[in-house]
Design a protein around this ligand. Structure first.
Ligand code: ADP
Ligand code: MG
Length: 594
């Protein structure tokens, strides 16, 4: 035997293992979901590589997962014919924390200062490979990468800070390619090694894995066997039987044997007819594919034909508080691209969705892209451009759907989580202004508690009102108390309160909504459509010298001093120049340069 080399876990892994081993988490069965999802990932990687290197498949053509149980000894083995791991990959993958889910878990754990909540977090984030230790005392991973001509064995035990790696020498244990995990279950968890238990868990947790999962099951068939007559019966009787040609006696017995049984449905959900898929199934698919805890706010399943053909299921997530920092993250792994059912990549940077929509999750399966599609191809492809356009449209339809839902809470939730993204869209995506604008929400002088849409605003506009008025400030309180409002309130014109720093730039990019311009009420020359030029002239003449005097006193601090009719009770007001920054913008710019 080749000697086993001993390795220490990275500190974070030790901590994680410690947590897992001592956790009181009751939903331990998630370990199977995690391990099957790793097997499925490994198969995806192999299938992807085999497109350009078909010889990778040669030793084992079938891409599948097989789970065998030994209930007497409490052992489960999970074997896949995927990409396997080299010796170095074993060290990198199973001794350190590389994966995002586990890193997220640890971060959430840190955030939730109360360590008592960790039990729930394990289920929310999934702790990947290490979840094997929720139920196992010992785990052995024997794996063969097509990149290596040797098979290696990783062995780790609960409650130790080290693991070993050695070469697989037992000829009986050699596999052509892939990975075999052997779990030695803890005394109290041996129940997981029952074939029916595993079968149920696979059905329950892994129904959306697109490779066949076989479980080792006991089967039976009935056959008829001849029954020997009672040996005590005497010979004469028998001879009589023969003479009378009486049929020999038979009885039915059940013959038992063991065999592999296909346990999951392998047709991907996006290839099914949308009419035949229930909301629950979409939600389950979403939760399992994206390792999500909450149900999505909306989903959309569609096929496009014609110029470019693809199928897709998209989702708008409902965020957990810990998910928030992902909002504007470009690389979210939120879209999984398949080409003819082969998983290609989930590593996109704006190719399929613009950055501001990167929160949308889903799968896209195209028949028109080459299987060996690279990032460069994606970026230049006309097909991808068309796909992107359609996907974006569908995403907006889906969001609009939430906004039209009877349940106002849903859109409130959406807006709270992703309102900023849409505002960013106003700035970055002029082509889709028409789609974004109806989705925006603001407080206003007539609705300080509840957000309103621009449609609600325009619907209640006074007939004599030409423009959509807004004031941008740093808070609802300062918006409510600004003297700029006086005249407008008197005229009963509604004013939008833009209190989010990004609001003002977003609105300036939109410029107008339904042919009504957005007008900042803090700018000079505010025209409320009630000009009385003669009267203005009179007043200007009367107060001209007062204005000059004030301008003289203030010097360069103001650019001009004017008489205006925009105030009711306040004696004077500072306004911004027509072409200059608003006071709000100036405040924001200052804050940025400080
Ligand atoms: P994740 O799957 O999110 O990356 P895991 O902790 O579940 O994190 O797995 C860690 C890594 O170990 C995987 O990224 C993969 O590289 C490797 N791995 C785990 N299981 C397998 C397997 N069955 N075949 C090949 N590699 C695997
Ligand atoms: Mg995993």
């Amino acid at each position: 035997d080749s000697p086993a080399e001993k390795f220490e876990y990275q500190a974070e892994v030790s901590r994680l293992m410690d947590l897992i081993v001592h956790s009181l988490y009751s939903n331990k069965e998630v370990f199977l979901r995690e391990l099957i999802s790793n097997a499925s990932d490994a198969l995806d990687k192999l299938r992807f590589l085999s497109v350009t290197e078909p010889e990778l498949l040669k030793e084992a053509v079938d891409l599948d997962v097989r789970i065998q149980t030994d209930k007497d000894n409490g052992i489960i083995t999970i074997t896949d014919t995927g990409i396997g791991m080299t010796r170095q990959e074993l060290v990198d993958c199973l001794g350190t924390i590389a994966q995002s889910g586990t890193a997220k878990f640890l971060k959430a754990l840190k955030d939730s200062k109360d360590a008592g909540t960790d039990n729930n977090l394990i289920g929310q984030f999934g702790v990947g490979f290490y979840s094997a230790f929720l139920v196992s005392d010992k785990v052995i991973v024997s794996t063969k990468s097509p990149k290596s001509d040797k098979q290696y064995v990783w062995e780790g035990e609960a409650n130790t800070s080290s693991y070993t790696i050695r070469e697989e020498m037992d000829p009986e244990k050699l596999i052509p390619r892939g990975t075999r995990l052997t779990l030695f279950l803890k005394h109290d968890d041996k129940g997981f090694a029952h074939p029916e238990k595993v079968q149920n868990l696979v059905k329950n947790y892994s129904q959306f894995v697109s490779f066949p999962i076989y479980t080792w099951q006991e089967k039976g068939y009935t056959k008829e066997v001849e029954v020997d007559d009672d040996p005590a019966e005497d010979k004469k009787d028998r001879e009589e039987d023969v003479k009378t040609e009486k049929k020999k006696k038979t009885k039915k017995v059940v013959e038992r044997y063991w065999d592999w049984e296909l346990t999951n449905e392998t047709k991907p959900i996006w290839l099914r007819n949308p009419k035949e898929v229930s909301t629950e199934e979409y939600n389950e698919f979403y939760k399992k594919t994206f390792n999500e805890y909450l149900e999505p706010l909306a989903s959309s399943h569609f096929t496009t034909e014609g110029e470019v053909e693809f199928r897709s299921v998209l989702f708008v997530p409902a965020l957990t508080p810990t998910g928030k920092d992902d909002i504007l993250n470009r690389k979210t792994k939120n879209i999984r691209l398949y080409v003819k059912r082969v998983f290609i990549s989930d590593d996109f940077d704006g190719e399929l969705f613009p950055r501001y929509l990167s929160f949308v999750k889903g799968v896209v399966d195209s028949n028109d892209l080459p299987l060996n599609v690279s990032r460069e191809i994606l970026q230049e492809s006309r097909i991808v451009r068309i796909m992107r356009k359609r996907l974006v449209r569908k995403a907006f339809d889906m969001i609009l759907g939430i906004s039209l839902s009877e349940n106002r809470d849903d859109y409130d939730k959406f807006w709270e989580n992703f309102g900023k993204n849409l505002k960013l869209g106003c700035i970055e995506d002029h082509q889709n202004h028409k789609r974004i604008a109806p989705l925006l929400r603001f407080f206003s002088s007539k609705s300080e508690q509840e957000l309103i849409s621009l449609d609600e605003y325009t619907e209640y506009m006074k007939p004599e009102q030409k423009d959509i008025y807004y004031i941008a400030t740093d808070s609802l309180t300062s918006a409510k108390n600004t003297p700029f409002l006086e005249r407008l309130l008197e005229m009963d014109f509604e004013v939008l309160f833009l209190i989010d720093p990004i609001d003002e730039v977003a609105i300036q990019n939109l410029k107008s909504y339904k042919e009504k311009n957005f007008v900042d009420i803090s700018k000079e020359d505010l025209d409320l459509g009630d000009k009385n030029e003669e009267k203005e002239k009179e007043i200007k003449e009367e107060f001209g010298r007062t204005c000059d005097w004030i301008k003289n006193r203030l010097g360069d601090k103001v650019s001009s001093v004017q008489v205006s009719n925009r105030l009711i009770t306040s004696p004077c007001i500072l306004v911004s120049g027509k072409f200059g920054w608003s006071a709000n913008m100036e405040r924001l710019m200052k804050a940025q340069t400080l």
